[in-house]
Design a protein around this ligand. Structure first.
Ligand code: BJ8
Length: 429
């Protein structure tokens, strides 16, 4: 970005109402983790330099783009979200941009615990702490936050979060039938109305069609990259693929799609040449479970530093983000909104009952990506994913795929114990 060197980011953060000194501490800690985990990987594809760019730019240049873009009226507004059920197409068709606000680190837990119980999942406690300590430039830049009634923890946390920030909560059904499909379609239209009101810009047939295509292009690029991971040796690490999806929640869609296609192209060439990020025959792990928000790289780092490689992610920071496209041939705005609603209702989150599609996806991915084992992880105190672990283990056992369940939080305290358990699991594969 032109003039980046001279630009005073600390002044920008201050003008957003952030605690600049506390934020310095956060950036230093994340920068250290990035160096230790990502930059120590051997033989990364060269095109992953995009990820290094994202990592160094995400709280600075990208926020500057959003702030300056808003001043220039493109995008008109910034909309934050915490969940995959919030359709990005609707937000961009009305002239705004969606950014992900999920927190992957513990921050100011003592402040967060004044508003949510101590035994709340770290993702929820994390975003409450980030807001209360004013250290997240995305939360502070957002003109509106869209929450969703998914798990009980988030549902109740938004009641408190909404007192700190303008928040619109979508009601997500927990079962799939014709009644709830209609209810969800109406809810998606209610969101469209709220975003139009926020930006003062009507969604048109043209803008909605363009937004659907833009999101689909991003998903297709991610699918293309994903397909290269079936090869042995694997051309790209799970850590880098995880960061690619994490970046998708924050970076500009066109830039990101171009970068992912570059990565996919390089990985295709690597597959052709038999070049990998890990040696041929390295144990291959399919991850499933709760989402991993930036900078929650702990588990993938342990798995890959133990000599295995993560070849796929069945989660919201993985395949659920990109596997299904929205049809591009809806004839009217109403048809397109219904198509969007239907695509999002099909996301296999554990808030749904029954949720057998998730098990089917995990087994299909394990087969397609030639996984040797499945690691299923739930964030501490996430009852939903903990409960689904029972059925997931049975399904994996019936399919003859070794399976391991982990429950962990954001702290590094259990790293030694996790490493021991994961190494023992890898031994038996
Ligand atoms: S669509 S997975 S992003 S709800 S880990 S906060 S469920 S207690 S994140 Fe999620 Fe949307 Fe579902 Fe995906 Fe609650 Fe569990 Fe915490 Fe969770």
């Amino acid at each position: 970005m032109a003039g980046q060197e001279e630009y005073d980011y600390r002044e920008m953060w201050g003008s957003l109402g952030m605690d600049v000194e506390a934020h310095d501490g956060l950036l230093a800690a994340v920068g250290q983790m990035y160096g230790d985990m990502f930059l120590t990987q051997g033989n990364r594809p060269k095109s992953t330099s995009y990820l290094d760019f994202v990592a160094s730019n995400i709280h600075s240049g990208r926020i500057r783009e959003l702030v300056e873009g808003r001043e220039a009226g493109d995008p008109k507004k910034v909309v934050g979200s915490f969940c995959l059920y919030v359709p990005e197409e609707i937000i961009s068709a009305a002239g705004a941009v969606e950014v992900g606000l999920c927190a992957g680190a513990e921050w100011a837990p003592e402040e967060a615990e004044k508003l949510v119980p101590r035994n709340t999942c770290p993702l929820i406690k994390g975003f409450m702490g980030f807001k209360l300590a004013s250290v997240c430039p995305y939360i502070e830049t957002a003109d509106l936050v869209v929450g969703e009634n998914t798990c009980d923890g988030k549902k109740k946390a938004y009641e408190e979060f909404g007192k700190l920030k303008d928040t619109f909560v979508m009601d997500v059904p927990h079962v799939r039938n014709e009644d709830t499909r209609q209810q969800w379609r109406n809810e998606v239209k209610r969101l469209a109305g709220r975003i139009e009101e926020l930006t003062g810009q009507k969604i048109t047939e043209e803008s909605l069609r363009a937004a659907i295509k833009l999101a689909n292009q991003k998903r297709l690029a991610l699918k293309r990259l994903d397909q290269t991971r079936a090869a042995d040796p694997v051309p790209i690490s799970g850590l880098d693929c995880l960061l690619t999806i994490q970046a998708a929640f924050m970076d500009d869609s066109v830039r990101l799609t171009g970068a992912i296609n570059d990565m996919a192209q390089e990985c295709e060439a690597r597959v052709e040449a038999g070049e990998g990020v890990a040696p041929k025959g390295a144990k291959r792990i399919l991850y499933t479970g709760t989402p991993m928000a930036v900078p929650n790289w702990k588990l993938f780092n342990i798995i890959e530093k133990s000599g295995a490689v993560v070849v796929g992610e069945e989660c919201c920071t993985g395949s659920r983000y990109y596997k299904d496209l929205v049809p591009e041939d809806g004839a009217t705005i109403d048809d397109m909104l219904n198509d969007i609603a239907d695509r999002y209702l099909n996301i296999q989150c554990a808030i749904f009952t029954p949720n057998d599609g998730r098990k089917e996806d995990v087994l299909r991915m394990a087969r397609e990506l030639n996984a040797d084992g499945i690691i299923d992880c739930s964030l501490q105190f996430c009852t939903l994913y903990d409960m689904e672990a029972t059925g997931m283990e049975l399904a994996a056992r019936d399919a003859g795929i070794p399976y391991m369940h982990i429950s962990t939080g954001y702290s590094a305290d259990d790293e030694g114990q996790l490493k021991t358990r994961i190494e023992a699991f890898l031994e038996m594969l």
